[in-house]
Design a protein around this ligand. Structure first.
Ligand code: GUN
Length: 307
C-alpha cells in the first residue's frame, strides 16, 4: 500500500530515543541521572495512558521518573504546593503537568508556577516568549518532533508554503512559530477560517492539529503535498471503522481484538492518493512526542546542572 509515502514517526522516534539513551549513559559518567516528574490530576483515561507511556519511556532509557497522582477534586493550593516542591528539589530535572486539568483548577496559574528551567513541555510564558523571539530553549514536544521528522526525512521547509490547522498552545501556535523560524511561509487556520479547503489546498506542507476526526479530506489537499496528522481519535463502532477504512482487514481485526481503533484528523485512506508523504495514525506523530519529551528532559538536566 504506497508504503514509500508513509512517514513513520516510529522510525524517527527510535533514532531520537537512541540519541537520548547515549546522552543518558554519558551523563551517568558525571553521576547525573535525568529525572522527570509528572503531575496527573483526576482520572481521565487518555491522560492515564499517556502518563504511563511517559514513565515507561523514562525507564527504558535509564532515566528516573515519578508520577504524582492527585484526586479530581484536589484544591488548587495543593497542586501549587506540589509544583513548588518539585521546583525546589535538586533531583528533579523535568516537570510535566498532564493536561487537561479538571475545570475547577486554573491551568495558567499552575503552568506559570513551573520553574522555566524544568518546563520540559515548553508551556511556561518565558519559554513561549523565547520561542516567539526565535531563541528557543524548551519547546513543546509535538511540534518539535514534527520538525525533526521533516528534517530527518529530507523534507525541506525553507521558502515553502506551510499551512497549520488548529491554534492550540500545545501544537498549532508553537508549530507555526517553528515553521516560520525555519523560513516557511506560514498560514495558521482554525475553526472560524472561512472556506478551509481553499486555504489548505495552498499547502505544500499541511499540518493538522484541529482535534476533529477526518476533518481533512481529499478536497483539502493539493496533489503532492506533505501531510502531517496530529489528531488522535478512537473509533468505537464497526460502522465508523468501515466508513473510514473500507475493506481494511487488518484494522477490522484490531477492532475485533481491542474494541476500538485509532484514527486522526485526516481521512487517511482518501487523502493518501493525493499526498506525496503522509503520517499514519497510529505510528505517526504520537511516538515523536514522547521521544522529544525524553530529549527535552535530558537537555534540561544538562543545562540546569551545567554538564
Ligand atoms: N495533553 C495532551 N498533550 C499534552 C502534552 O504535550 N503535554 C501535556 N502536559 N499534556 C498534554
Amino acid at each position: 500500500m504506497n508504503s514509500g509515502k508513509i512517514l513513520s514517526g516510529k522510525k524517527v522516534a527510535e533514532e531520537i530515543r537512541a540519541e537520548a539513551a547515549r546522552d543518558v549513559a554519558e551523563l551517568a559518567g558525571s553521576g547525573v541521572r535525568p529525572q522527570l516528574d509528572v503531575v496527573l490530576v483526576g482520572d481521565d483515561p487518555a491522560s492515564k495512558v499517556y502518563v504511563g507511556s511517559k514513565a515507561r519511556a523514562c525507564d527504558r532509557l535509564g532515566m528516573a521518573s515519578n508520577t504524582h497522582r492527585l484526586p479530581e477534586d484536589v484544591a488548587q493550593a495543593r497542586v501549587l504546593d506540589l509544583v513548588h516542591a518539585l521546583n525546589a528539589d535538586p533531583e528533579v530535572d523535568g516537570i510535566l503537568v498532564q493536561l487537561p486539568l479538571p475545570g475547577s483548577l486554573d491551568t495558567h496559574r499552575i503552568l506559570d508556577a513551573v520553574d522555566p528551567a524544568k518546563d520540559v513541555d515548553g508551556f511556561h510564558p518565558t519559554n513561549v516568549g523565547l520561542l516567539q523571539q526565535g531563541r528557543p530553549r524548551l519547546v513543546p514536544c509535538t511540534p518539535l518532533g514534527i520538525m525533526e521528522l521533516l528534517r530527518r526525512e529530507g523534507i525541506g521547509v525553507e521558502g515553502r508554503r506551510a499551512v497549520v490547522v488548529g491554534r492550540s498552545d500545545i501544537v498549532g501556535k508553537p508549530m507555526a512559530m517553528l515553521l516560520l523560524h525555519a523560513h516557511a511561509t506560514v498560514t495558521l487556520c482554525h475553526s472560524r477560517t472561512r472556506d478551509l479547503a481553499s486555504v489548505t489546498r495552498q499547502a505544500e506542507i499541511l499540518i493538522v492539529a484541529a482535534g476533529r476526526r477526518a476533518l481533512i479530506g481529499p478536497d483539502h489537499v493539493a496533489e503532492g503535498a506533505v501531510v502531517i496528522d496530529v489528531g488522535m481519535h478512537r473509533l468505537t463502532t464497526e460502522d465508523e471503522v468501515e466508513s473510514l477504512f473500507p475493506g481494511d482487514e487488518e484494522r477490522r481485526r484490531r477492532f475485533a481484538d481491542k474494541g476500538s481503533v485509532l484514527t486522526g484528523d485526516v481521512d487517511f485512506v482518501r487523502v493518501l492518493p493525493r499526498a506525496a508523504r503522509i503520517t499514519p495514525v497510529p505510528g505517526g506523530v504520537g511516538p515523536l512526542t514522547i521521544a522529544k519529551l525524553m530529549a527535552n528532559t535530558v537537555a534540561a538536566a544538562r543545562w540546569r546542572r551545567g554538564v
